[in-house]
Design a protein around this ligand. Structure first.
Ligand SMILES: [Zn+2]
Ligand SMILES: [Zn+2]
Length: 137
């Protein structure tokens, strides 16, 4: 799909806004328990290199929660919107952000690419069998 390479987004209350100067990856839906609790259902995200994303308002409203040795999660500390996920590798932050698909300003020309951590999905919903499901975890 066509991706213009320039995007904006933000949280529910509008205190945290961001700009991305990069083409975005298609959307991955994560069904792991941490993502389900954090997002309220499943965590659907795109991704970009960290140097392509800038916070364009109220950087003090963005807080990070260290959710495990493997990742931290960025959110608005006023309205609680889940915004970013960043992997931690051997104590270092990875050089890309996963970005909440729902926080991007419309329109976005992205498709759902695949589902991950499917075996940890909730029992109350089904994953469309026509969509790719990563079976490695
Ligand atoms: Zn907010
Ligand atoms: Zn997850």
């Amino acid at each position: 799909m066509d991706d213009c390479g320039s995007h904006t987004g933000g949280c529910l209350c509008g205190r945290v806004t961001y700009k991305i100067k990069s083409k975005l990856k298609n959307i991955v839906a994560c069904h792991c328990k941490q993502c389900r609790v954090w997002s309220g259902h499943i965590w659907a995200s795109t991704a970009c290199p960290i140097d392509k994303l800038s916070i364009t308002s109220n950087v003090e409203s963005l807080s990070w929660y260290i959710s495990s040795d493997h990742a931290r999660r960025g959110f608005c500390n006023k309205c609680g919107s889940s915004l970013f996920w960043q992997q931690t590798i051997n104590g270092e932050q990875a050089n890309y952000y996963a970005i909440a698909a729902g926080s991007l300003h419309e329109p976005i020309n992205l498709d759902l690419d695949r589902h991950i951590f499917c075996k940890f999905k909730g029992a109350y919903y089904a994953i469309d069998s026509s969509e790719q499901q990563d079976q490695t975890y």
